[in-house]
Design a binder for this molecule. Sequence first.
Ligand code: CA
Length: 227
Amino acid sequence: MKLLVVEDEVKTGDYVRQGLTEAGFIVDLARTGLDGHHLALTGAYDLIILDVMLPDVDGWRIVQALRDAKSSTPVLFLTARDSVEDRVKGLELGADDYLVKPFAFSELLARVRTLLRRGAASAFQDKLQVADLVLDIPRRRAERQERRITLTNKEFALLELMVRRQGEVLPRSLIASQVWDMNFDSDTNVIDVAIRRLRAKIDDDFEPKLIHTVRGMGYMLDVTLPD
Ligand code: CA
């Protein structure tokens, strides 16, 4: 799951990004309203956390631009202003929830999880399964043949993407954009290394093999081999 955080306060931005990354999310952080506006409209995010008070383009304009573009990406506002009018304005413009600063990280994480669940009720399932591979999304656990497989956050994110898009060939550029943040240089062989490690954990001791290399194109996860 990939999130965008738009926050001009350096400490808050770093704190939120670090916490969400540790919780297993892929996080892009925009430190200005302009960058946030651009990323929100061009990136594929599962949720956007938006500071209201930004020095250039404020959070209200960003959520308005998103809704004008018919985007239904859930938006959680962070606001230092605790006035009723501000909350109402944010919700009227199409924000899904708000959190008043200062907040506890656990509170933010709970809101994020609730919004993700609500936002994609049909697509979002707690458990995903391909053959005997089962992913428990909220607990970030993977198992095959009921044996627990320990994965890093990055490996889990990669596997979750592949399972959600079972049977599709995923180019490295797509994997890079969904599993790494915007600063990632996709020319490196980091993706191939990550796939190799994941495969060792998911496939080496089990049958059928699930992760396949599609030469010249990318990778796919499925029960059967690609043609
Ligand atoms: Ca701010």
